[in-house]
Design a protein. Sequence first.
Length: 536
Amino acid sequence: MIHITELRLPLEHSEDALHTAILERLAIAPEQLLSFEIFKRSYDARKKSALTFIYTVDVKVTEPESLLKKFSGDPHIRPTPDTDYKFVLPAAYVTKQARPRPVVIGFGPCGIFAALLLAQMGLKPIVLERGKAVRERTQDTWKLWRKNILNPESNVQFGEGGAGTFSDGKLWSQIKDPKFYGRKVIREFVKAGAPEEILYVAKPHIGTFRLVGVVEKMREEIIALGGEIRFSQKVVGFEIEQQQIRAVQLESGEVLAADHVIVALGHSARDTFKVLHDAGVYMEAKPFSVGFRIEHPQSLIDRARLGPYAGNTLIGAADYKLVHHASNGRAVYSFCMCPGGTVVAATSEPNRVVTNGMSQYSRNERNANAGIVVGITPEDYPGGPLAGLDFQRQIESHAYVLGGSNYEAPGQLVGDFLMGRASTELGSVIPSYKPGVHLTDLATSLPDYAIEAIREAIPAFEKQIKGFSMHDAILTGVETRTSSPLRMTRGADFQSLNVKGLYPAGEGAGYAGGILSAGVDGIRVAEALALSYVSD
């Protein structure tokens, strides 16, 4: 097949326009075009008066070799890349010797794809998830949002599907992916019931409600292939002998023999990080970011980003990505932007407040929200690999007090924040955070350098998005879990630097950021484990 990029068409083009464009681009007769499929579709909004779709297509034609030779100098016409996934072991591989089954700790995006791949290769993994199955977990999460009741083991962070379940379900990433593992992730989502359009839209997303059913289907496949999923199974210990993992200990007292363990914890399993650190597993502090959630009317973002195409159903709700380098040397940027979404309570520890953003597939809520966060480094929180956890906890505990000590979040109007005065009443933007927002002064909620940088960044962002610094826009604190504050460093074999058989993986280990990259990392680590498992 032939891979064609940069096919541009008007936004509201006819059904046969793409067919015609392919014929014209290749200069072939209609009978030479056998079929085509869309590989990717994005849009160019730089000229708001003439917004266009940009297509990448895979085309089946008669005599493809001659066409490829004809266009050999054209960078936009190339052979179609092979994006089919190739297993490193044959399907249904059975080991020749009796040994413990591989164990996967955590059942978020990374753990799901690690377990799925191991199951598809016949290695029958055992998955240990400290939280509950996704539907029970959803009920517990709603108790916090509606009744101010937190379950520390079943919430936005912990449970089947991981933190990504209560998010926008974004499925794009900037990772390098020469083996097209990202396509494997997306195809598995589609197979489990996600919309087929995520295979080709430039910024695919699923949304929370749809993710619930998708995650359940993937769990069913793992079990059907011989895997085992154990919920409410918290790991509290690791048995390591001569720098080799030998077993994991559960809170129930059970000791599970295991010489190949994938640690896919997510970024909020602070107690398990400490257990691993106490067991001697090598880890180091890493940079992360802290800040607030900001909410604007989605219609304002649509107008600023799309001009006359604002509200067009072919495009949907507009997003944005912003960066500002502040005069104090700090980088301020938008994080996890959720068009037409809500700000959600995302704490996993009692008496702390954490925010995150979430959207449904429709993205039709009134407000747009995003994290506005400031980059920090281990120099800001010296004290070793676990110091970032304490830094986060201090900020989250103070936010709990600022919000009224009842899981309401502290909030402030953008105009008041910029002027350095407490907010006393809401304006036109109604905050979406549940259990609720307590208006206050956010100046003490973050370190001074972060407040200073954000105050400088918001007016700078106004130059890119008109209305961004509107007085009535609302800031909700605090956003602290942008990524893991530590890295469980691993070698080229994907194993811990000092514990053989232990595979740090995903966002919690410092090797991913979001659903897609976490899923890809789960695949890569599962491959490495499988090859080690059969060669040891």
